[in-house]
Design a binder for this molecule. Structure first.
Ligand code: UD1
Length: 391
């Protein structure tokens, strides 16, 4: 296979043997991160094995992303499904171990901070001495410093056991160094999710908005799924009251995560939902089109904080803190005052709305340039060469 322009000459770097890379994806925010890495590995002629844990399994939470991002069918599907953190993590570990023993890759590449990320990293590090596989973590070093977030536990554990820490922004390095991780293991590669965004934006614009929002000139795009916001009756009540008031001035378009819908119904908010434009979760291209055309985005998602920064769309984040502070200092993101109040959320939305949008790419942190996947493959190649001599 031909090497892509700008992609590493991996055969040269790795030597004559092909390198086998096992890529793990489990949940919605993983899919846009693995897509460009898989493509770069394929283009470089390396052997890539894709494992989907099945943490997310609904058509709109999983298949739609494979379709929109042209990701080939996984080589192994673990079918773990939903469960408590312990159950889900344990199921991934149990199901992943025999796959790893069968595939025997040189690298296990995990991305992001979901339960599947940590579970597969743990399995791989424990089999390292018998199989020789090493772990690379893409999106290493992000920290919210909030141990109540399951993702923070997943990030810290994954980074601690990984051999190669591939960071999306320069602020991640000091976080890792402060935890005692040797600088030699850390490589700044940039934000691979932005590779997917920049590549997909023309297609998303051509596809247009979902039917339920198609006639709107202006709207606020809202997404919520964090347990701290949606599993708590009082928090969800405050957020919904603010959104109702916002909706009086700016229609609220709300693709709703299954967790949020379940809780909204359980907490008796069916009537409020009827006032918003609530739609089922949408695929990648429709979500990108919705974000791109929004007056403001109101969210608790980490990925949307980054995507709105590149799109130049003002974002209001409904969380106590963010593990992506670069979107505040070098992007279009702002945090609603904490603890959340109706007035605080509305004031943040008002300010975001008056700010207006900027050109795509006008505010872009270093390394959010569409070439992160090529740098990731390069980093795997170089670390592979060093380790081959050292181990
Ligand atoms: C997970 C990730 C979170 C990520 C989010 C994106 C962890 C700890 N959390 O949270 O970091 O931001 O994905 O969506 O890994 N469900 C379905 N269909 C599905 C998947 C889930 O109906 O395809 C429902 C189930 O009721 C499930 C609930 O959603 O119990 C939560 O799913 P889960 O994967 O446990 O966590 P998320 O909240 O999606």
């Amino acid at each position: 296979m031909q090497a892509a322009a700008g992609a590493p000459q991996s055969r040269y770097l790795f030597g004559t043997d092909s390198v086998r890379v096992l890529l793990v994806a489990g949940a919605r925010p993983n899919f846009m991160k693995i897509a460009p890495i898989l493509r770069s590995l394929d283009e470089a002629g390396e052997e890539a094995v894709l494992v989907h844990t099945g943490q997310h399994y609904d058509r709109q939470m999983s298949d739609a992303f494979f379709r929109d991002l042209n990701i080939r069918a996984p080589d192994h599907y673990l079918d773990v499904g939903s469960g408590s953190h312990a159950v889900q993590t344990a199921r991934v570990m149990e199901a992943f171990e025999p796959v790893l023993e069968e595939v025997r890759p040189d690298w296990v590449v995990v991305v992001g901070d979901v339960n599947s990320t940590m579970a597969c990293a743990l399995v791989a590090v424990k089999l390292k001495s018998s199989l020789g596989c090493r772990v690379a973590h893409v999106e290493a070093g992000l920290r919210s410093h909030d141990w109540r977030m399951p993702e923070e536990v997943n990030r810290v554990v994954t980074d601690r056991v990984a051999d190669l820490l591939l960071t999306p922004s320069p602020d991640a390095t000091p976080n890792l160094v402060a935890e005692g991780i040797p600088e030699g293991r850390i490589r700044f590669v940039g934000n691979v999710m932005i590779d997917t965004l920049l590549e997909s934006l023309p297609r998303a614009r051509a596809r247009g908005l979902p039917a339920s929002a198609a006639e709107l000139d202006v709207y606020a795009l809202v997404t919520l799924h964090r347990p701290s916001n949606v599993d708590d009756r009082e928090s969800l009540g405050v957020i919904f009251e603010a959104l109702e008031r916002l909706n009086d001035r700016l229609p609220v378009v709300f693709p709703m995560h299954p967790r949020t819908r379940r809780n909204a119904e359980a907490f008796g908010h069916e009537d409020v939902l009827g006032r918003f434009r609530v739609i089922d979760p949408v695929g990648y291209l429709e979500m990108l089109a919705l974000s791109d055309r929004a007056r403001i985005v109101v969210t608790d998602s980490g990925g949307l904080q980054e995507e709105t920064t590149v799109l130049g769309v003002p974002c209001v984040t409904l969380r106590e803190q963010t593990e992506r502070p670069i979107t505040l200092t070098e992007g279009t993101n702002r945090m609603a005052p904490w603890p959340l109040t109706v007035a605080g959320i509305l004031e943040s939305c008002r300010r975001a709305g008056t700010e207006g949008r900027q050109e795509v790419g006008a505010k872009t942190p270093a390394g959010w340039d569409g070439a992160a996947a090529a740098r990731i493959v390069s980093a795997l190649a170089e670390a592979g060469a060093v380790a081959a001599g050292a181990d």
